[in-house]
Unconditional design. Structure first.
Length: 270
């Protein structure tokens, strides 16, 4: 792929998703976009770059889907979910119970659904702490393809084995041939919605706990600050923001402060 062509496609991806691709990502771009080109009958990357300038929404969405869909698995990295159960839920539940409001959780990069379903399992396992509170989860992603998988709630044997104990699997999933599908009691806790974090977040509504893990690492500082500022506008003052292990807010924003519990768990400033 010629550098000029790579730059043109990279600019399109950045404009649509905020993801900034370095020069060393040519192989990833080629491997992810070759199936898209085959699907749309596009013969070369040069042709693809030209097509994107005046492409149909289908082609543009397919490219965004291919370049933004990341690997996910249940209870990934474990610590964020321990903090969710042991720190975030008890403290936020106490504040919500005091004012009689529902507790709302937002998974801002839901991908293929493993993270929001892990959060839903944790909610069900902490009913004693929640004590009858109305709890809901909003799961959003920019990728229509990833959301399609998430909404279906259907996963292969390999996918459910990554992070789910046998007890959790039997409790929350039904077997369908060689695959597994989430049970209704888990699925009904989650609303899935397509959302671009670079655009208005008003449709999110007011939320208390935000999981936005492994997203900011793909943005430049200016875009990070923009996204974090918009997220803060949607959060209650007693809420929590969970970022990925490689993400930091140092030199990015003053809308959030780190907690004593963990370097990647933040609370909004007033």
């Amino acid at each position: 792929m010629q550098q000029q062509t790579y730059n043109a496609i990279a600019r399109f991806v950045a404009q649509e998703s905020g993801i900034k691709l370095s020069d060393g990502k040519a192989y990833m771009m080629e491997s992810r976009l070759t199936p898209v080109m085959s699907e749309f009958g596009i013969s070369s990357f040069e042709h693809l770059a030209t097509q994107l300038m005046a492409a149909t929404s289908e082609l543009r969405q397919a490219v965004v889907d291919a370049m933004t869909t990341n690997e996910s698995f249940f209870f990934r990295d474990r610590t964020p979910f321990d903090l969710f159960s042991n720190v975030m839920l008890p403290r936020v539940a106490e504040a919500k119970r005091a004012n009689g409001q529902p507790l709302r959780i937002w998974c801002a990069a839901a991908a293929t659904g493993q993270e929001p379903y892990s959060l839903a399992i944790s909610v069900l396992e902490n009913q004693t702490v929640l004590d009858g509170l109305d709890v809901s989860i909003l799961a959003t992603d920019i990728s229509q393809a990833a959301l399609g998988t998430a909404e279906s709630g259907r996963y292969t044997q390999f996918e459910v084995q990554r992070g789910l104990s046998a007890q959790r699997l039997i409790t929350h999933f039904d077997q369908e041939g060689g695959a597994w599908r989430v049970k209704p009691h888990l699925r009904e806790l989650i609303e899935f919605k397509e959302l671009n974090l670079l655009k208005s977040l008003h449709q999110v509504g007011k939320v208390d706990i935000v999981f936005c893990r492994n997203v900011l690492i793909y943005f430049d500082v200016e875009t990070k600050a923009q996204v974090l500022g918009n997220i803060r506008k949607q959060m209650s003052n007693t809420g929590y923001l969970m970022l990925g292990a490689a993400e930091t807010l140092v030199g990015v924003t003053d809308h959030f402060l780190p907690t004593a519990e963990h370097q990647n768990l933040f609370q909004p400033t007033s």
